[in-house]
Design a protein around this ligand. Structure first.
Ligand code: IMP
Ligand code: MG
Length: 176
């Protein structure tokens, strides 16, 4: 990783895979008869979602939504916009939202409200990581892989200024 300071691995790829498998086992228990619509929040969730659904051995559909809330750095601007909407019908479906990390909660709280208005049968949230110390809006993470400290993390889909998404492990960006 190419930041000025020394990169530090927070979760290795082995630890990430173990968390993904554990989440997949929990989700399988709850959804195997439900044929859910699994909705990934772009871009951060794309690697996590791709790995997770390959451990889900039951019928499901996938869709993606692209939201923007960050100005490009580490701060949430507080305003969420749908940049690219869903193609699938949400009404009457069991919806599982996949997020990379819940930080202030602004993004996921917005999306949960947005989807709730479309009248799904059920709506749950799965996030690889959860940073509860930063929460501004309460959000219930139904399936959470890791609780993370108040640090900015990159890798495994997560970016800093659009870089580092391709790193297979999760790193802390030092100098926060
Ligand atoms: P929230 O709206 O503050 O909860 O932020 C959610 C979004 O911000 C996530 O979808 C991430 O894309 C991004 N984000 C929050 N914390 C981090 C981080 O530590 N590293 C990379 N992206 C983050
Ligand atoms: Mg992001």
């Amino acid at each position: 990783m190419n930041t000025q300071s020394k990169p530090r691995i927070l979760f290795s790829r082995v630890e990430v895979e173990a968390a993904v498998r554990r989440l997949a086992a929990d989700i399988t228990r709850d959804y195997q008869d439900k044929h859910p619509l699994v909705i990934g929040i772009l871009k951060g969730s794309f690697i996590f979602m791709a790995d997770l659904i390959r451990f889900l051995d039951f019928p499901l559909e996938v869709d993606f939504i692209r939201l923007s809330s960050y100005g490009g750095g580490k701060q949430n601007s507080g305003k969420v916009k749908v940049e690219q909407g869903l193609r699938s019908q949400v009404k009457g479906r069991d919806i599982l939202v996949i997020e990379d990390i819940v930080d202030t909660g602004i993004t996921t709280a917005f999306l949960i409200g947005y989807l709730q208005q479309k009248d799904p049968t059920s709506l749950k949230l799965c996030s690889l990581m959860d940073k509860p110390s930063r929460r501004k809006i309460p959000v219930n993470v139904d399936y959470s892989g890791f609780i993370v400290p108040n640090k900015f993390v990159v890798g495994y889909g997560l970016d800093y200024d659009e870089k580092y998404r391709n790193l297979p492990d999760v790193y802390i960006v030092e100098g926060d």
